[in-house]
Design a protein around this ligand. Structure first.
Ligand code: FAD
Ligand code: NAP
Length: 313
């Protein structure tokens, strides 16, 4: 049933940014509404061990996000399971349309929509998505017990995914387009010591192939970046881990973006070019993209929203 809700502060997104904004906005007595989106808890729900969240030398990503949600709720944030499909910030109060049919109006909005996995864009990758091609090892790794798997990428995500997949796979090949990983040193050391993982440098994915009925991956072809030579790698699963792009769909036509779609904010601030619209976390951050920096920006956004709202009244 459609309903209309008004709030002083609407927080869009339920990752570390959104929940931290919820904690601070609640403590400022702003009674925020937080809309979770399609991925309640955000990107950390797609990983296992998180070892760099201060206060926890090791915590499971999904558990951490359950705790953050509980914290935001305990402080007074109303958490709603809905997806914002349209946002109008041309006049105040701002208007947001929920997929559930609920219409939200708000005096200030905090955009915390984060980022999502990038894909290579090959037709064969698209064809086998969900049928052997995945971007989430924790979601799909279990299906590949005793099988050979390939991971594409050279950042923290690719290395973590490769390490995680060794729990299931008989062999993991890591394909990277250079011979240097951009992952953290500690992760690279673990990767190099793991006998189940074979790195393959200077290679890019050329094609995924497999069976039609049922649809399933049987292998991939990779191309040497310098010689162009094609190599065939039989495998049952392909995990694409080539980075993340900001989820800017709601505002990309009204707010300035840069560096591949990240929303531009004022220096040392979460303020955007539209007064009352604040943006934080991975949606704005092309540089650090960490849970702790996102949480920090969520805090900044709530404090700035609170100050801005007091100035208006
Ligand atoms: P996200 O976590 O991306 O959350 C975005 C939220 O916005 C989601 O809840 C989504 O549902 C919501 N949303 C999007 N669109 C809409 C919409 N239209 N309506 C409503 N809601 C919407 N960082 C670390 O510090 N340590 C780690 O160990 C670590 N491990 C990682 C492992 C993996 C596999 C990945 C992918 C990332 C990892 N990161 C890690 C990075 C970290 O997850 C991100 O920096 C952090 O989650 C960003 O937080 P965020 O709240 O800005 O966005
Ligand atoms: P990333 O750091 O941007 O790395 C993406 C990797 O994919 C790079 O190695 C890149 O190669 C490669 N790549 C990009 N486009 C490609 C293409 N078209 N073809 C082939 N390879 C391609 O992304 P990420 O690993 O997803 O990490 C995103 C953010 O989350 C980072 O800030 C990271 O620190 C954070 N994160 C943190 C942790 C942790 O703290 N433990 C875990 C996961 C993620 P090049 O190197 O050649 O550019």
């Amino acid at each position: 049933m459609s309903q209309a809700r008004h709030t002083k502060v609407l927080i869009i997104g339920s990752g570390p940014t959104g929940y931290t904004a919820g904690v601070y906005a609640s403590r400022a007595m702003l009674e925020p509404i937080l809309v979770q989106g399609i991925e309640p808890g955000g990107q950390l729900t797609t990983t296992t061990e998180v070892e760099n969240w201060p206060g926890d030398s090791e915590v499971q990503g999904p558990d951490l996000m359950i705790r953050m949600e509980a914290h935001a709720k305990a402080m007074g944030t109303e958490v709603i399971n809905d997806i914002i499909i349209d946002l109008d910030v041309s006049e105040r109060p701002f208007k947001a349309q929920g997929d559930s049919g609920t219409s939200y109006t708000c005096d200030a909005v905090i955009l915390a929509t984060g980022a999502r996995a990038k894909w290579l864009g090959l037709p064969s990758e698209e064809k086998f998505k969900g049928f052997g091609v995945s971007a989430c090892a924790t979601c799909d790794g279990f299906f590949y017990r005793g099988q050979e798997i390939v991971v594409v990428g050279g950042g923290n995500t690719a290395v973590e995914e490769a390490l995680f997949l060794t729990k299931f796979a008989s062999k993991v090949t890591l394909i990277h387009r250079r011979d240097e990983l951009r992952a953290e040193r500690i992760l690279i050391d673990r990767l190099m010591k793991n006998k189940k993982i074979s790195p393959m440098w200077f290679h890019e994915l050329d094609e995924v192939y497999g069976t039609e009925m049922p649809l399933g991956v049987e292998g991939i072809k990779v191309k040497h970046t310098e010689t162009g030579q094609i190599t065939d790698i039989p495998c049952k699963g392909l995990f694409v881990a080539i980075g993340h792009a900001p989820s800017n769909e709601l505002v990309k036509d009204v707010l300035e973006t840069h560096m591949g779609g990240y929303v531009v904010t004022k220096p040392d601030s979460t303020e955007t070019s539209i007064p009352g619209v604040f943006a934080a976390g991975d949606l704005t951050d092309h540089k650090y993209r960490q849970a702790v920096t996102s949480a920090g920006m969520g805090c900044m956004a709530a404090l700035e929203a609170e100050r801005w709202l007091s100035e208006q009244s």
